[in-house]
Design a protein around this ligand. Structure first.
Ligand code: AP5
Ligand code: MG
Ligand code: ZN
Length: 212
């Protein structure tokens, strides 16, 4: 199964991906998580990505596409979270897949209202070790500051400050939203209302994926 997860920052892509991965046993590839790991390890890729991420901007296509293609070349099943994020990335992915006689099964688009997105992002906490996501109000960990899953330390992402969030939402509107139409035309788009509880959203997603 080859899936992509679309949707604005804070819609719940990472949260839902964790459940999908558990149920269908497919790898979760989040370009945001990969960039953050590189950033922590201060690799050349991390240093490059930081210049853009700190401002809430997208990392340049050529950097992102090369990184993802290198990862996917030995995989036949995956859930891509946060990639593609521009039409150029979507076209590159199509080209990469068709050269291998492969195709995407589903593009899931999770959406929610703007005010809800901001609330979710600003209260988010992430595990340093396993990237599990929490929320101070909507999904608090059992023990303050500690990951339920692995005991890792929770932190607030640098780009989750209100001033950066606005830029990320603008980037989504101008560069990523056109992908909805792109995948609609390919007849693989499935919309999911992400404004409900985590369990309700998962239920819809499982229903779609069970039919794949
Ligand atoms: P990335 O890490 O992908 O961030 P994003 O797209 O901004 O998305 P988020 O991770 O903020 O939101 P999410 O939808 O995963 O929400 P989550 O599940 O955490 O990218 C970061 C940066 O990396 C980009 O800005 C860019 O610079 C760079 N980058 C990455 N990919 C790139 C690419 N392809 N090209 C170029 N640059 C790229 O949920 C949010 C919060 O809400 C959590 O606290 C969660 O607990 C809570 N929550 C979730 N669902 C619910 C629910 N149903 N009810 C209540 N609370 C909920
Ligand atoms: Mg995410
Ligand atoms: Zn953890």
């Amino acid at each position: 199964m080859k899936l992509i997860l679309l949707g604005p920052p804070g819609a719940g892509k990472g949260t839902q991906a964790a459940d999908v991965v558990d149920r269908y046993n497919i790898p979760h590839i989040s370009t945001g998580d990969i960039f953050r790991k590189n950033l922590r390890e201060e690799t050349p890729l991390g240093k490059k990505a930081k210049e853009y991420m700190d401002k809430g901007e997208l990392v340049p296509d050529e950097v992102t596409i090369a990184m993802v293609e290198d990862l996917l070349k030995d995989m036949d099943s995956y859930m891509l979270d946060g990639f593609p994020r521009t039409v150029a990335q979507a076209e590159a992915l199509d080209k990469f897949l068709s050269a291998r006689n492969e195709k995407l099964d589903v593009a899931l688009c999770i959406n929610a209202d703007y005010s809800l997105l901001v609330k979710r992002i600003v209260g988010r906490r992430m595990c340093k070790d396993c990237s599990q996501t929490y929320h101070t109000e909507f999904h608090p960990p059992k023990k303050d500051g500690v990951c339920d899953k692995c005991g890792g330390q929770l932190y607030q992402r640098d780009d989750d400050k209100e001033e950066t969030v606005q830029k990320r939402l603008d980037e989504y509107e101008s560069k990523t939203k056109p992908l909805i139409e792109y995948y609609e035309k390919k007849n693989i788009l499935k919309n999911v209302d992400g404004s409900r509880s985590v369990e309700e959203v998962s239920k819809d997603i499982f229903k779609i994926l069970d039919e794949c």
